[in-house]
Design a binder for this molecule. Structure first.
Ligand code: SF4
Length: 343
């Protein structure tokens, strides 16, 4: 892996890089490395925004949380990763102006409302090189703001020790979960599902809540059995009281992702299925199929726990109704999730 630092960032990061023995090259501008084919890591300054309300997806119900992006792009290689279509290149940008990041976050601390902020949308929250840059100021912020919760989402097994030293435990450790086959063939470089569940068990033993995201759920021959096995394992290993929520979301993608993904992962079969072009411009399984999948997985979860909170990620109200026999909207979903955090 090659490391670069842009000229404007060097002052802020020099000491840390030298302490970690990282051999880096200074470049004038981030554009100077766009042509490099292999994935590189760039320490640089974010001149845009760090924090934004989750863009959600038009016409679909959103849980109302904030996305924080101190790092863009991810060290893993999931075939379905939307970032491949979202960014123009695969280099990992680590933003070192964490002082600006905190200033932005301070703007949302006024109200007494519960807020949730996640760092796992534009990268993996436990990507160590990135977290080493921003973990300290971030923890300081969350230690001062106990009404604001940090959701750290990962597909890894390693948890940075410093995150386990939060004063108010307003950190939710969160894992993307999938079936064995999806994990093995579509999530290259990530840790195995049982390792993720073991890590969840470890953080629960330290008194932290966890959340689990079945996302994207992928249909293939034998999917029911394999998702069932993972759900059995979760409830065998984890105390349901410590699981704040489980989200379910079937595979969806913007149409251009298919070609991009297949250029990196020629062996993937996940796009060989029937999809509709949904109202938000993304391809999804047909509503009937999505509903069936959600119902089956929901029943599997309910066979282990009557209480654990389960929600649908970016689904419409009709699918919510079909699955849960209840109507849903953005505000109601946010309220239900806030209630989970008050428990
Ligand atoms: S872990 Fe998430 S961000 Fe990283 S490659 Fe996989 S889907 Fe993309």
């Amino acid at each position: 892996m090659k490391y670069f630092v842009t000229e404007d960032a060097i002052k802020k990061v020099k000491k840390k890089l030298e302490k970690s023995n990282i051999d880096y090259q200074i470049v004038k501008n981030i554009k100077d490395i766009y042509e490099i084919k292999d994935r590189a890591i760039i320490f640089t300054i974010n001149k845009g925004k760090f924090l934004m309300p989750c863009p959600g997806t038009p016409k679909y119900i959103c849980c109302g949380y904030y996305v924080l992006a101190p790092v863009e792009n991810c060290p893993y290689n999931c075939s379905y990763c939307i970032l491949n279509a979202y960014f123009n290149d695969r280099h990992i940008r680590i933003y070192v102006n964490t002082d600006d990041m905190i200033k932005e976050m301070e703007k949302i601390t006024n109200a007494k409302q519960i807020k949730r902020i996640g760092t796992g949308e534009f990268s993996d929250s436990m990507f160590e090189l990135g977290a080493r840059i921003y973990a300290e100021p971030l923890l300081e912020f969350f230690n001062k703001n106990r009404n604001i919760y940090l959701e750290l989402k990962t597909k890894g097994r390693n948890i940075l020790e410093c995150f386990l030293e939060s004063k108010h435990k307003n950190i939710i450790f969160s894992w993307s979960i999938n079936s064995k086959t999806v994990n093995e063939y579509e999530e290259k470089g990530t840790s195995a599902i049982d390792e993720r569940i073991n890590s969840a068990k470890m953080v629960i033993s330290k008194g932290y809540p966890v959340s689990l995201h079945f996302n994207p759920i992928i249909e293939y021959e034998g999917w029911e059995k394999e998702y069932g096995e993972v759900i059995d394992l979760i409830f065998k290993q984890l105390d349901p009281q410590a699981i704040k929520w489980i989200s379910l979301g079937t595979l969806r993608f913007i149409p251009k992702l298919k070609d991009i993904a297949e250029s990196f992962h020629s062996e993937t079969k996940i796009f060989d299925n029937e999809f509709i072009l949904a109202l938000d411009g993304k391809k999804r399984y047909f509503r009937k199929k999505r509903t069936e999948i959600y119902k089956i997985i929901y029943e599997m979860i309910r066979s282990h726990s009557k209480d654990v909170f389960v929600y649908l990620c970016m689904e419409n109200d009709d699918v919510w109704f079909d699955v849960f026999k209840t109507r849903m909207n953005d505000k109601k979903l946010k309220g239900l999730m806030d209630d989970q955090l008050r428990k």
